[in-house]
Design a protein around this ligand. Structure first.
Ligand code: NDP
Ligand SMILES: O=C(O)C1=N[C@H](C(=O)O)C[C@H](O)C1
Length: 238
């Protein structure tokens, strides 16, 4: 496949390495310094675009891909308030879109474990659930997109929590997410149920960015020649 990389930072470069190893071509590498190359004509040379930029630029870039008729995989976090509008636009324009807050297979398994644990803990009133995420200091958004996905799944199932907050909280209905920024953390997420007698904790620790990048390339291969809105659950058949 011919791939356009929208965002050529830490993730763009990690994705390039894996895409090349798998025999794909990178035909466009867009970053802050060459935005003039981000044109419909250039995008149309690609079979698929992979977007890992910043919360401020993601929506513009995704809509440009829809307008150019190019399927787009997006991993940029921190713009979720506009997700409904973006998915609607994709359908209206007959586009192709796949977003994931986390592309790694490990985290997608972790998402399923989180749901299962939340179900098991639903009636255990002596436990309080809280979360922590740790990332490198260049990260622009907090809490991480992955933490938001985990929290929203817990809130859907829990009989006690109905909102998440990005600070310590002992208010019973608030799910507390603590964000720490420590170099060179590639991404650690934990969900902890604590009682007076014990704790149950699940943790996922990314050792590097290769898992995210491999998942993003897999997603790009999956959406090639498809139309509609997809998720990693479609890719991984969960
Ligand atoms: N879903 C997932 O699995 C993962 C998601 N992420 C998310 O991906 C995003 C990017 O992360 P990361 O690669 O670490 O960040 P970096 O800051 O390393 O890279 C961002 C890149 O985007 C470029 N950029 C900035 N503005 C624009 C624009 N308007 N159009 C095109 N490119 C632009 C930057 O250009 P320049 O270099 O010139 O500044 C840079 O190349 C973040 O939102 C992060 O949370 C990260 C890892 C995994
Ligand atoms: O910015 C990062 O680095 C990461 N961002 C994603 C997120 O916000 O969850 C995924 C991963 O944790 C790395």
């Amino acid at each position: 496949m011919n791939i356009a990389l929208l965002g050529y930072g830490k993730m763009g470069k990690a994705i390039e390495e894996i895409a090349l190893q798998k025999g794909h071509n990178i035909i466009l590498r867009i970053h802050d310094q060459n935005l003039d190359e981000l044109t419909t004509a250039n995008l149309q040379q690609a079979d698929v675009a992979i977007e890992f930029t910043s919360p401020q630029s993601a929506v513009h870039n995704i809509l440009l891909c829809f307008g150019s008729g190019v399927p787009v995989v997006c991993g940029t976090t921190g713009w979720l308030k506009e997700m409904e509008m973006v998915q609607q636009k994709c359908k209206e324009l007959g586009g192709t879109f796949l977003y994931a807050s986390n592309f790694s297979i490990g985290v997608n398994i972790f998402f399923e474990l989180n749901k299962k644990l939340a179900e098991l803990m639903k009636h255990q009133v002596n436990y309080n659930v809280s979360m922590e995420e740790i990332h490198h200091t260049e990260k622009k958004d907090a809490p991480s997109g992955t933490a938001i996905t985990l929290a929203e799944e817990i809130i859907k199932i829990s009989q006690q929590k109905n909102k998440w907050v990005n600070h310590f909280s002992d208010v019973p209905n608030e799910l507390s997410i603590t964000s720490k920024r420590i170099d060179p953390a590639a991404g650690t997420h934990s969900v902890k149920y604590s009682s007076d007698v014990d704790d149950i904790e699940i943790i996922h620790t990314a050792h590097n960015r290769k898992g995210f990048a491999a998942g993003a390339v897999l997603a790009a291969e999956f959406i090639f020649n498809k139309k509609g809105v997809f998720s990693m659950k479609d890719v991984l058949n969960f």
